[in-house]
Design a protein around this ligand. Sequence first.
Ligand code: GUN
Length: 291
Amino acid sequence: MTTIIDGNEVASEVRGELEGAIGTLADRGVTPGLATVLVGDDPASETYVNMKQRDCEEVGIEGIHVDLPGDASSEELYDTIEELNADPEVHGYLVQDPVPNQIDYREVIRRIDPAKDVDGFHPENVGRLVAGDARFKPCTPHGIQKLFEAYDVETEGADVTVVGRSDIVGKPMANLLLQKAEGGNATVTVCHSRTEDLAAKTRNADVVIVASGVTELVDGSMLSEGATVIDVGISRVDADNEKGYELVGDVEFESAKEVAGAITPVPGGVGPMTRAMLLYNTVKAASEAED
Ligand code: GUN
Protein backbone atom coordinates (compact mmCIF):
# COMPACT_ATOMS: atom_id res chain seq x y z
CA MET A 1 0.00 0.00 0.00
CA THR A 2 1.20 3.44 -0.87
CA THR A 3 1.32 5.91 2.00
CA ILE A 4 -0.41 9.20 1.22
CA ILE A 5 1.57 11.80 3.14
CA ASP A 6 -0.88 14.05 5.01
CA GLY A 7 0.54 17.58 5.06
CA ASN A 8 -2.51 18.97 6.81
CA GLU A 9 -1.99 16.63 9.75
CA VAL A 10 1.73 17.31 10.13
CA ALA A 11 1.14 21.06 9.72
CA SER A 12 -1.41 20.97 12.48
CA GLU A 13 1.10 19.20 14.76
CA VAL A 14 3.64 21.95 14.00
CA ARG A 15 1.03 24.60 14.77
CA GLY A 16 0.21 22.84 18.04
CA GLU A 17 3.88 23.00 19.09
CA LEU A 18 4.00 26.67 18.11
CA GLU A 19 1.03 27.48 20.28
CA GLY A 20 3.11 26.40 23.30
CA ALA A 21 5.96 28.72 22.27
CA ILE A 22 3.51 31.55 21.60
CA GLY A 23 2.09 31.04 25.10
CA THR A 24 5.58 31.34 26.61
CA LEU A 25 6.13 34.59 24.69
CA ALA A 26 2.73 35.86 25.86
CA ASP A 27 3.84 35.28 29.47
CA ARG A 28 6.66 37.73 28.70
CA GLY A 29 4.15 40.20 27.22
CA VAL A 30 5.21 39.50 23.62
CA THR A 31 2.87 38.77 20.70
CA PRO A 32 4.74 37.63 17.57
CA GLY A 33 3.95 39.87 14.60
CA LEU A 34 4.06 38.89 10.91
CA ALA A 35 3.54 41.42 8.14
CA THR A 36 2.74 40.57 4.54
CA VAL A 37 3.25 43.05 1.73
CA LEU A 38 1.40 42.66 -1.55
CA VAL A 39 2.08 44.92 -4.50
CA GLY A 40 -0.72 44.85 -7.07
CA ASP A 41 -3.74 42.57 -7.23
CA ASP A 42 -2.61 39.26 -8.66
CA PRO A 43 -5.46 36.92 -7.62
CA ALA A 44 -3.24 33.94 -6.78
CA SER A 45 -0.97 36.13 -4.62
CA GLU A 46 -4.02 37.62 -2.90
CA THR A 47 -5.21 34.13 -2.04
CA TYR A 48 -1.80 33.12 -0.66
CA VAL A 49 -1.47 36.26 1.44
CA ASN A 50 -5.01 35.88 2.80
CA MET A 51 -4.23 32.31 3.82
CA LYS A 52 -1.05 33.45 5.60
CA GLN A 53 -3.04 36.09 7.48
CA ARG A 54 -5.71 33.55 8.44
CA ASP A 55 -3.03 31.17 9.73
CA CYS A 56 -1.64 33.96 11.93
CA GLU A 57 -5.01 34.63 13.47
CA GLU A 58 -5.55 30.95 14.23
CA VAL A 59 -2.34 30.53 16.23
CA GLY A 60 -2.20 33.91 17.97
CA ILE A 61 0.31 35.73 15.78
CA GLU A 62 -0.51 39.39 15.09
CA GLY A 63 -1.01 39.64 11.32
CA ILE A 64 -0.39 42.97 9.62
CA HIS A 65 -1.09 43.42 5.94
CA VAL A 66 0.22 46.18 3.68
CA ASP A 67 -1.34 46.58 0.23
CA LEU A 68 0.42 48.70 -2.37
CA PRO A 69 -1.06 49.52 -5.77
CA GLY A 70 0.19 47.72 -8.87
CA ASP A 71 1.81 50.95 -10.11
CA ALA A 72 3.67 51.63 -6.84
CA SER A 73 7.23 52.84 -7.34
CA SER A 74 10.30 51.07 -5.96
CA GLU A 75 10.74 54.03 -3.58
CA GLU A 76 7.26 53.55 -2.13
CA LEU A 77 8.00 49.90 -1.49
CA TYR A 78 11.42 50.75 0.01
CA ASP A 79 9.67 53.20 2.38
CA THR A 80 7.34 50.41 3.49
CA ILE A 81 10.33 48.13 4.02
CA GLU A 82 12.08 50.77 6.16
CA GLU A 83 8.98 51.17 8.29
CA LEU A 84 8.67 47.42 8.80
CA ASN A 85 12.39 47.12 9.59
CA ALA A 86 11.94 49.78 12.28
CA ASP A 87 8.65 48.51 13.76
CA PRO A 88 9.35 46.56 16.99
CA GLU A 89 5.95 44.85 16.76
CA VAL A 90 6.81 43.32 13.39
CA HIS A 91 9.13 40.41 14.12
CA GLY A 92 9.02 39.05 10.59
CA TYR A 93 7.66 40.00 7.21
CA LEU A 94 7.66 39.11 3.55
CA VAL A 95 7.04 40.80 0.25
CA GLN A 96 4.93 38.44 -1.82
CA ASP A 97 6.57 37.43 -5.09
CA PRO A 98 5.97 38.17 -7.97
CA VAL A 99 6.12 41.97 -7.86
CA PRO A 100 5.23 44.19 -10.85
CA ASN A 101 7.90 44.70 -13.51
CA GLN A 102 8.95 48.18 -12.38
CA ILE A 103 10.23 46.68 -9.12
CA ASP A 104 13.47 44.71 -8.76
CA TYR A 105 12.67 41.85 -6.36
CA ARG A 106 16.36 41.17 -5.66
CA GLU A 107 16.87 44.74 -4.44
CA VAL A 108 13.71 44.44 -2.33
CA ILE A 109 15.09 41.33 -0.63
CA ARG A 110 18.43 43.02 0.06
CA ARG A 111 16.65 45.82 1.95
CA ILE A 112 14.76 43.52 4.31
CA ASP A 113 16.36 43.30 7.77
CA PRO A 114 17.85 39.77 7.67
CA ALA A 115 16.64 39.21 11.26
CA LYS A 116 13.04 39.73 10.02
CA ASP A 117 13.43 37.82 6.73
CA VAL A 118 11.14 34.92 7.61
CA ASP A 119 11.18 33.64 4.00
CA GLY A 120 14.96 33.17 4.33
CA PHE A 121 15.59 34.89 0.97
CA HIS A 122 18.07 37.63 2.03
CA PRO A 123 21.63 36.93 0.78
CA GLU A 124 22.91 36.85 4.38
CA ASN A 125 20.38 34.14 5.23
CA VAL A 126 21.08 32.23 2.01
CA GLY A 127 24.79 32.34 2.88
CA ARG A 128 24.16 31.14 6.41
CA LEU A 129 22.05 28.25 5.11
CA VAL A 130 24.73 27.17 2.64
CA ALA A 131 27.36 27.45 5.40
CA GLY A 132 25.34 25.08 7.58
CA ASP A 133 24.40 27.82 10.05
CA ALA A 134 20.82 28.59 8.98
CA ARG A 135 18.90 31.35 10.75
CA PHE A 136 15.62 30.91 8.84
CA LYS A 137 15.28 27.82 6.68
CA PRO A 138 13.12 28.65 3.64
CA CYS A 139 9.59 27.48 4.39
CA THR A 140 8.96 24.88 1.67
CA PRO A 141 12.23 22.92 2.01
CA HIS A 142 11.97 23.10 5.81
CA GLY A 143 8.37 21.84 5.60
CA ILE A 144 9.51 18.92 3.44
CA GLN A 145 12.17 18.05 6.05
CA LYS A 146 9.40 18.00 8.67
CA LEU A 147 7.36 15.63 6.50
CA PHE A 148 10.38 13.31 6.26
CA GLU A 149 10.72 13.40 10.05
CA ALA A 150 7.02 12.69 10.58
CA TYR A 151 6.96 9.77 8.12
CA ASP A 152 10.39 8.34 9.01
CA VAL A 153 11.84 8.98 5.56
CA GLU A 154 15.59 8.51 6.03
CA THR A 155 17.70 10.92 4.01
CA GLU A 156 21.09 9.77 5.33
CA GLY A 157 22.77 7.79 2.57
CA ALA A 158 19.68 8.10 0.33
CA ASP A 159 19.82 9.07 -3.33
CA VAL A 160 17.60 12.13 -3.58
CA THR A 161 16.73 13.77 -6.89
CA VAL A 162 15.46 17.35 -6.76
CA VAL A 163 13.73 18.48 -9.95
CA GLY A 164 13.90 22.28 -10.12
CA ARG A 165 16.59 24.82 -9.25
CA SER A 166 14.61 27.81 -7.99
CA ASP A 167 15.98 30.07 -5.27
CA ILE A 168 12.83 29.40 -3.20
CA VAL A 169 12.70 25.60 -3.32
CA GLY A 170 15.20 23.64 -5.45
CA LYS A 171 18.45 25.28 -4.37
CA PRO A 172 17.76 25.49 -0.61
CA MET A 173 16.26 21.97 -0.63
CA ALA A 174 19.42 20.57 -2.23
CA ASN A 175 21.55 22.44 0.29
CA LEU A 176 19.62 21.16 3.29
CA LEU A 177 19.78 17.59 1.99
CA LEU A 178 23.55 17.87 1.59
CA GLN A 179 24.21 19.10 5.09
CA LYS A 180 25.98 17.00 7.67
CA ALA A 181 22.95 17.14 9.93
CA GLU A 182 19.64 15.51 10.73
CA GLY A 183 17.47 15.59 7.60
CA GLY A 184 20.60 15.81 5.44
CA ASN A 185 23.51 13.47 4.60
CA ALA A 186 21.87 12.57 1.28
CA THR A 187 23.48 12.11 -2.12
CA VAL A 188 21.76 14.84 -4.09
CA THR A 189 21.10 15.23 -7.80
CA VAL A 190 19.57 18.52 -8.95
CA CYS A 191 17.75 18.49 -12.30
CA HIS A 192 16.36 21.38 -14.36
CA SER A 193 15.06 22.32 -17.77
CA ARG A 194 18.42 21.57 -19.46
CA THR A 195 18.86 18.15 -17.83
CA GLU A 196 19.25 15.33 -20.32
CA ASP A 197 17.36 12.12 -19.56
CA LEU A 198 15.42 13.33 -16.54
CA ALA A 199 13.77 9.91 -16.18
CA ALA A 200 17.16 8.25 -15.60
CA LYS A 201 17.84 10.67 -12.74
CA THR A 202 14.43 10.26 -11.10
CA ARG A 203 14.43 6.47 -11.55
CA ASN A 204 17.73 6.25 -9.72
CA ALA A 205 16.34 8.02 -6.65
CA ASP A 206 15.02 6.76 -3.33
CA VAL A 207 13.38 10.15 -2.86
CA VAL A 208 12.15 12.45 -5.66
CA ILE A 209 11.23 16.07 -4.92
CA VAL A 210 9.56 17.84 -7.83
CA ALA A 211 9.45 21.64 -7.88
CA SER A 212 9.71 22.24 -11.60
CA GLY A 213 6.72 24.47 -12.24
CA VAL A 214 5.75 22.09 -15.06
CA THR A 215 2.38 20.42 -14.56
CA GLU A 216 2.58 16.62 -14.27
CA LEU A 217 6.20 16.51 -15.47
CA VAL A 218 7.01 13.32 -13.53
CA ASP A 219 4.89 10.19 -13.91
CA GLY A 220 4.97 6.66 -12.55
CA SER A 221 7.17 5.33 -15.37
CA MET A 222 9.93 7.68 -14.15
CA LEU A 223 10.03 6.32 -10.58
CA SER A 224 11.58 3.33 -8.92
CA GLU A 225 9.36 0.96 -6.96
CA GLY A 226 8.84 2.21 -3.40
CA ALA A 227 10.27 5.71 -3.92
CA THR A 228 9.13 8.61 -1.74
CA VAL A 229 7.65 11.33 -3.96
CA ILE A 230 7.22 14.95 -2.87
CA ASP A 231 5.19 17.17 -5.18
CA VAL A 232 5.75 20.89 -4.66
CA GLY A 233 3.80 22.03 -7.74
CA ILE A 234 0.31 23.43 -7.77
CA SER A 235 -1.55 24.70 -10.83
CA ARG A 236 -5.14 25.16 -11.82
CA VAL A 237 -6.27 23.25 -14.87
CA ASP A 238 -9.71 23.43 -16.50
CA ALA A 239 -11.93 20.55 -15.46
CA ASP A 240 -15.45 19.34 -16.10
CA ASN A 241 -16.61 19.72 -12.48
CA GLU A 242 -18.58 22.20 -10.35
CA LYS A 243 -15.68 24.59 -9.90
CA GLY A 244 -14.63 24.39 -13.53
CA TYR A 245 -11.03 23.64 -12.51
CA GLU A 246 -8.91 21.28 -10.50
CA LEU A 247 -5.58 21.63 -8.77
CA VAL A 248 -2.76 19.47 -10.06
CA GLY A 249 0.88 19.17 -9.16
CA ASP A 250 4.14 18.60 -10.99
CA VAL A 251 3.66 14.84 -10.56
CA GLU A 252 1.02 12.78 -12.34
CA PHE A 253 -0.53 11.49 -9.14
CA GLU A 254 -2.51 8.48 -10.43
CA SER A 255 0.39 6.74 -12.17
CA ALA A 256 2.96 7.81 -9.55
CA LYS A 257 0.98 6.41 -6.63
CA GLU A 258 0.99 2.95 -8.23
CA VAL A 259 4.79 2.87 -8.02
CA ALA A 260 5.68 5.11 -5.06
CA GLY A 261 6.04 3.89 -1.48
CA ALA A 262 4.83 7.26 -0.20
CA ILE A 263 3.58 10.35 -2.00
CA THR A 264 2.25 13.82 -1.20
CA PRO A 265 -1.15 14.76 -2.66
CA VAL A 266 -1.99 18.13 -4.27
CA PRO A 267 -3.60 19.88 -2.51
CA GLY A 268 -2.94 18.78 1.09
CA GLY A 269 0.71 17.78 0.87
CA VAL A 270 3.49 20.36 0.78
CA GLY A 271 1.31 23.54 0.75
CA PRO A 272 0.11 23.36 4.37
CA MET A 273 3.68 22.68 5.49
CA THR A 274 5.03 25.78 3.75
CA ARG A 275 2.45 27.86 5.59
CA ALA A 276 3.19 26.21 8.95
CA MET A 277 6.92 26.83 8.62
CA LEU A 278 6.31 30.52 7.95
CA LEU A 279 4.60 30.66 11.34
CA TYR A 280 7.53 28.72 12.81
CA ASN A 281 10.03 31.25 11.45
CA THR A 282 7.92 34.13 12.77
CA VAL A 283 7.87 32.67 16.28
CA LYS A 284 11.64 32.09 16.02
CA ALA A 285 12.15 35.72 14.96
CA ALA A 286 10.02 36.96 17.87
CA SER A 287 11.84 34.76 20.40
CA GLU A 288 15.26 35.91 19.17
CA ALA A 289 14.24 39.58 19.08
CA GLU A 290 13.29 39.39 22.74
CA ASP A 291 16.43 37.57 23.92
N1 GUN B 1 5.46 33.63 -3.87
C1 GUN B 1 5.31 32.29 -3.98
N2 GUN B 1 5.86 31.67 -2.91
C2 GUN B 1 6.36 32.65 -2.12
C3 GUN B 1 7.04 32.64 -0.88
O1 GUN B 1 7.31 31.59 -0.28
N3 GUN B 1 7.38 33.85 -0.38
C4 GUN B 1 7.12 35.01 -1.03
N4 GUN B 1 7.53 36.15 -0.47
N5 GUN B 1 6.50 35.06 -2.20
C5 GUN B 1 6.12 33.87 -2.73
